[in-house]
Write a protein that binds this ligand. Structure first.
Ligand code: UDP
Length: 236
């Protein structure tokens, strides 16, 4: 079995990643495939925390006519739906999990308690952090950066639809150039679409590397953790 490069990781899955080709809702084939890859990490001895987005169901900015705060709370609730779907896929294949939410919903999940999350990770349970940061005007990328700092993760694995960071949109421009390595400052200066600037700054201030890679093949999650040369690494 391959040796993992990291002991504890924060896997950020966008909501879109869970919707697959459909682009909306949850594709359980995809969720099950992602769960298998997470299981492989756990079997390798990697401790896995994960933050799921909600964009496949609702984004705050979709609610143009709405009060922004209410629209953002709807987005946070969307992340909880995704978290339960991923939990189900993981538990179906025998992975122990806990969902912790930043907004209390005790009948469904534990509230976020850092020390408890750390203990779960030490016991090889996958912790799924849901409901974002619990605050409007933030994103689940920022949640991933915040929780990564709190649980002292070695890296953020940022699973995207694109296989790394490019100087321009590779879907639109054939000559788009992929970066292998970038510094946080370059990401911020060039306005590259890696994470939003709040999340990038939080990673920079706390020296948390971000590995951006494509989830077109879910096996990439294992490649990312075993140190294969994929995607783009953003660090100091
Ligand atoms: N959200 C929020 N605060 C947070 C995290 C998320 O208000 O701390 C809301 C926000 O409206 C966002 C939505 O939840 O649009 C879904 O999260 P995000 O867009 O980050 O999901 P992704 O694009 O990763 O699927």
């Amino acid at each position: 079995m391959c040796k993992p490069k990291y002991k504890r990781v924060m896997l950020k899955l966008s909501g879109e990643a869970l919707s697959g080709e459909k682009g909306f809702g949850i594709d359980f084939d995809i969720s099950n495939k992602i769960a298998k890859q997470i299981k492989a990490l756990v079997d390798m001895g990697v401790e896995v925390g994960t933050v799921v987005g909600g964009g496949n169901i609702w984004r705050g900015r979709n609610g143009k006519e709405m009060d922004r705060t209410t629209a953002d709370y709807m987005g946070m609730l969307a992340t909880c739906i995704n978290a339960l779907a991923l939990q189900d896929s993981l538990e179906n294949i025998g992975v122990n999990t806990r969902v912790q939410t930043a907004i209390e919903m005790r009948e469904i999940a534990e509230p976020f308690i850092r020390r408890r999350a750390m203990r779960h990770l030490e016991k090889d349970r996958v912790v799924i952090f849901a409901a974002g940061t619990g605050n409007p005007y933030f994103s689940t990328d920022t949640t991933a950066a915040l929780r990564a700092a709190e649980i002292e993760a070695n890296v953020i694995l940022l699973a995207k639809k694109v296989d790394g960071v490019y100087d321009k949109d590779p879907h639109k421009y054939e000559d788009a150039k992929k970066f292998n390595k970038l510094s946080y400052i370059e990401v911020l200066d060039k306005g590259l679409q890696v994470m939003d600037s709040t999340a990038t700054s939080l990673c920079m201030d706390n020296d948390i590397p971000i590995l951006v890679f494509g989830l077109d093949t879910p096996e990439n999650i294992i490649k990312a953790v075993t140190g294969e040369n994929i995607g783009t690494i953003v660090s100091k």
